[in-house]
Structure formats: structure tokens, C-alpha cells
Write a protein that binds this ligand. Structure first.
Ligand SMILES: [Zn+2]
Length: 241
């Protein structure tokens, strides 16, 4: 254990803000550092070559371990070990808990035979019914009980994460909000046909509504160029000509 002064933490957050990794990964590091989320990961290919990312994790006193194509990190060595075990055993329940997802969503997810089909269906339902999916945490999909209802565990998680981030780094918060306005999840059916999108704000929009939403935009062309990708959720970065 060593003591980090306030000013060096502020400096570290400033370095994090200027790091060349996705804004969502920066936000996740702050959520783990602040204790909102037990364990997170980042794809190793996203980590910068001069290993500034590793240095920042160390300065925030976060432990890390590489597993397959990802670097997992946590404040707690024991939780990190549990996550690697869960990854090896493909224990979805433990994984979900360690990623900080609400219990109801984890339970629902971990009892499924085909989680990927479930995720696709969840997103399709959100699109068809125009549900809001509170998912500031990008790789998390709220369970049916959480979606479209007020005051659910997933709304609370969303609020907590937003509050923490806004307080810790207004800069990362605003770039994440700004980038999520432009970036979209595209949902395809089994034939590769675009069914609709989930907006950065978590609103499901069916494809017949799309033209009016992103009309006359390069974004639309970009979405359609992904059409052949099958039943996948794809995060699209804002596209600027
Ligand atoms: Zn839930």
C-alpha cells in the first residue's frame, strides 16, 4: 500500500482523459477506481503501445491480469482471481456479479441456454416496443423486468455511474454522452436484415423509423454497409466524411 496524494490522482485522471483509448474504457476505469464496479476489462489491442494505460491503472492502485484477448482489472486481487476463474468455467452468474450488473439481470441471464439469442431478442423487443434500455455501461443489457420501468435496479446503476463519472471527470462524461448521441447499436435479424437501432441514450428505434432519424447522414450509409453481418450488435463510431 502506498499513499496517493489528491494532486497526483487529479494528474492521473488528466492523463486518463488524454489517453488514446475509447471513452467508454476510460469511464470504466474510473468506475472501478471509485468502487462502483468490482471488475472490468479492456481489449489488449485497445491498449496503447507505450503502455500509458498500464501505468495509469497502477497509479490508480488497480491490479490487472491478462486473460485471452483482454486485460482484466480490479481494486481487489481476490475478485480479479474470481473473474478469471469465472471466465475459464464460463460461469455467467459470477461474471455478471463481478461486472457489477444488478442481481435480477444476472439471474435472468445466467439461467439461459443461449445468451446470445437472448441478447438479440432483448434488443429486438426494445426496438419493436420502443423501450428504453438504461445501459450507460455499454456491454450490459437490462433484464425484461428492468427495461421500460421506472426506478429499477438498472436505472439506479445508470444514475450512479453517471453521477460518479460527472463528478470524477466532467470531460470523459461529456465526451461519452456526446459520442453516445452519435454512436448507435445496430440490430440485425438472422438474415442480416437491419431491424433497427438502439440510440446512445438507450431508446429502441425500428428500421422503418430510421430514415427520418438519420436522414441525409453519412451515418446511414455506414449502418447499411454493415447489413450482411448477421444477428449481431455492432457499436458504430460517429462517422464523419
Ligand atoms: Zn434487471
Amino acid at each position: 500500500m502506498y499513499y496517493e496524494s489528491e494532486s497526483s490522482i487529479a494528474e492521473t485522471i488528466e492523463r486518463l482523459e488524454n489517453l488514446g483509448i475509447p471513452e467508454s474504457n476510460k469511464a470504466e476505469m474510473l468506475w472501478v477506481y471509485k468502487g462502483n464496479i468490482p471488475v472490468e476489462d479492456i481489449y489488449i489491442e485497445k491498449i496503447d503501445e507505450n503502455s500509458e494505460t498500464m501505468d495509469i491503472l497502477k497509479t490508480l492502485d488497480l491490479k490487472s491480469t491478462e486473460f485471452k484477448d483482454r486485460l482484466f482489472y480490479s481494486k481487489d486481487q481476490e475478485l480479479l482471481k474470481n473473474m478469471i476463474d469465472a471466465q475459464i468455467r464460463q460461469d455467467k452468474k459470477l461474471m455478471g456479479m463481478l461486472y457489477g450488473y444488478p442481481e435480477c439481470c444476472v439471474f435472468r441471464y445466467s439461467t439461459l441456454e443461449s445468451p446470445e439469442e437472448y441478447n438479440t431478442n432483448r434488443l429486438l423487443t426494445a426496438i419493436r416496443e420502443g423501450q428504453r434500455l438504461p445501459r450507460f455501461l455499454r456491454h450490459y443489457i437490462p433484464c425484461p423486468n428492468c427495461a421500460g420501468h421506472e426506478n429499477t435496479p438498472s436505472e439506479k446503476l445508470d444514475d450512479l455511474l453517471k453521477r460518479t463519472l460527472k463528478h470524477s471527470s466532467p470531460k470523459i462524461y461529456h465526451s461519452l454522452i456526446a459520442s453516445s448521441e452519435d454512436s448507435l447499436d445496430c440490430i440485425y435479424d438472422a438474415h442480416g436484415k437491419l431491424c433497427g437501432i438502439i440510440t446512445g441514450d438507450g431508446i429502441g428505434l425500428p428500421s422503418h423509423k430510421l430514415e427520418s432519424v438519420v436522414s441525409d447522414s453519412n451515418l446511414m450509409k455506414f449502418i447499411l454497409s454493415y447489413k450482411g453481418s448477421g444477428p449481431l450488435t455492432i457499436r458504430i463510431k460517429p462517422y464523419h466524411a
